[in-house]
Write a protein that binds this ligand. Structure first.
Ligand code: ADP
Ligand code: ASP
Ligand code: MG
Length: 478
């Protein structure tokens, strides 16, 4: 039995038509002799709206919160009416009404106490995947795919770190073997919601935004899958975010290490934690387009293929802050850096980039509401300044190892841009630098023009670009 874990993201289940498309894709895998296990995200934008409802309730605006919930209820009920046959519509509508009643009770409670804990936030956010997975499971049952819904919270066991819980992999594996595997063996197609989990005592948790990819990889690892497929709304991992640079090309193959760097430094197409469970068992991961299933997508493999183009892709991470810690008094003091990092640790704040000089340390972090408190703690140690609206550009490729003159090419391609911090060397396969957020799109387009003007056709899909060039050449002739 060859299990394929197929994760469909928010845009792939955003409407009845897109859900119907996923069923055809799953059917195709079954016809190819594979046994699919399906993981779905919430319908597009639903998690954002649930979190907005919780925040609205926390401000005491009960009516506003319930209005958001009511729009979500209508969207889901309408999708069920469009997808399911009459008999099933009644059952699923009744179940959804119960879910929304429970959600509304929660929002009323939040509005009354005007306090929102991470634990409650997880509970509110979990409704998106709970609703979508049940709906998709019913639809797969109805259209002859043997779909069976499983509440992911019965399998994805995590710690209690709400908002970004850590999965307990051995327990997950045991649960998957107990609940999911027997169904697959019977020829059923289990459908689970991504992103959500529960503690050992049954308290709902989430794996962090974008976490459905991670669920897909955890299930792939736990079931020893033959492949993990991440179905999304673009043709795969591209040379950069196609929303920023429409000329971006599909990367045909990329290594685990390269993909992990890209994901960590902001390429939203994959959740940063996705890669590890797959690497541990050497399971190939594919990124594919549910709107164009015939496209070959990107294969993520253990070993990078050689490319004559130095970089594989450019990632962008926005909304960052630079913190400068200046301390002439502490110059060379032993334990000084540890004291600084302890402050970030205490506030559970992840540092992306660090650079030190004789008297100062600069660090970059995601802009967040804890910054004033972090700065206050740091000011016990030194003078502190912080500045937001920065963005990080991270250029990734195995082929930059040991290449001369790459940095000169990078910085000459963006010579008009003020670079605040540079990092090369922490990983041999990435070169990162920090600039003003307002300059980021132009800078990425300049870098893309420079480094991908003659892409290696073994690694990058140049057919779309060549087709365009062909069209313009013909129109010039005529
Ligand atoms: P899903 O809902 O399927 O999980 P996401 O919105 O999380 O999808 O991720 C897909 C989006 O990631 C794309 O629409 C694209 O704009 C963005 N993206 C950012 N960087 C890249 C990249 N290097 N390659 C492909 N997509 C990227
Ligand atoms: N629905 C969740 C989110 O929007 C998880 C995911 O889509 O991967 O973050
Ligand atoms: Mg995603």
């Amino acid at each position: 039995m060859k299990i394929v874990v197929m994760k469909f993201g928010g845009t792939s289940v955003e409407s009845p038509a897109s859900i119907a498309r996923t069923a055809e894709i799953v059917e195709g895998r079954r016809a190819g002799g594979l046994s699919p296990v399906v993981v779905v995200s919430a319908m597009a934008k639903v998690t954002d709206q649930l979190l907005a409802a919780a925040a609205t309730a926390e401000r005491g605006d009960r009516t506003g919160a319930l209005a958001i919930s009511s729009r979500l209820r209508n969207r889901h009920l309408d999708a069920v009416s469009a997808l399911l046959k009459e008999q099933a519509v009644g059952t699923i509508h009744a179940w959804m009404e119960e879910q929304f009643q429970a959600l509304d009770d929660l929002l009323r409670g939040l509005a009354a106490v005007q306090e929102l804990t991470p634990r409650t936030m997880d509970l509110v956010a979990s409704y998106g995947e709970r609703l979508s997975s049940r709906m998709v499971g019913e639809f797969y049952a109805q259209c002859g795919l043997n779909g069976t819904h499983i509440d992911a919270r019965t399998c994805i066991v995590t710690d209690a770190e709400h908002g970004k819980a850590t999965p307990l992999e051995d327990k997950i594996e045991r649960q998957l073997r107990f609940t999911v595997l027997p169904l697959v063996e019977q020829g059923q197609v289990p459908v689970l919601g991504g992103f959500i989990g529960a503690t050992e005592t049954g308290i709902t948790t989430t794996l962090g935004r974008g976490g459905s990819d991670y669920t897909g990889a955890l299930i792939g690892r736990g079931l020893n899958a033959h492949a993990i497929e991440i179905w999304t709304d673009v043709n795969g991992i591209m040379t950069t975010d196609p929303r920023v640079c429409p000329e971006a090309l599909r990367v045909k193959t990329i290594s685990f290490e390269e993909a992990a760097e890209l994901a960590y430094f902001g390429a939203k197409v994959l959740h940063p934690a996705t890669i590890l469970p797959a690497v541990q068992k050497n399971i190939p991961v594919w990124v594919l387009n549910s709107k164009d299933p015939a496209n070959h997508g990107t294969q993520i493999t253990a070993i990078a293929s050689h490319s004559r183009t130095p970089f594989k892709s450019i990632a962008i991470k926005r909304k960052l802050t630079i913190i400068d810690v200046v301390a002439s008094r502490m110059l060379m003091t032993h334990g000084y850096l540890r004291a600084i990092f302890e402050v970030f640790d205490r506030h559970k704040c992840v540092v992306d980039m660090v650079s030190t000089s004789e008297v100062s340390v600069s660090l970059t972090v995601d802009s967040n509401e804890r910054l004033p408190a972090i700065a206050a703690d740091l000011s016990q140690l030194a003078d502190v300044k912080y500045e937001g609206q920065k963005a990080l550009i991270c250029m990734v490729g195995e082929n930059i190892r040991g290449q001369h003159g790459i940095a000169a090419q990078v910085f000459s391609a963006i010579r008009h841009v003020n670079v605040r911090m540079i990092s090369q060397g922490a990983s041999e396969i990435n070169m990162s630098f920090m600039i003003e957020e307002e300059d980021v799109e132009e800078a990425v387009r300049s870098l893309h023009r420079h480094f991908f003007r003659d892409p290696d056709p073994e690694i990058f899909d140049v057919t779309a670009r060549d087709a365009l060039a062909g069209v313009s050449a013909t129109s010039m002739k005529s």
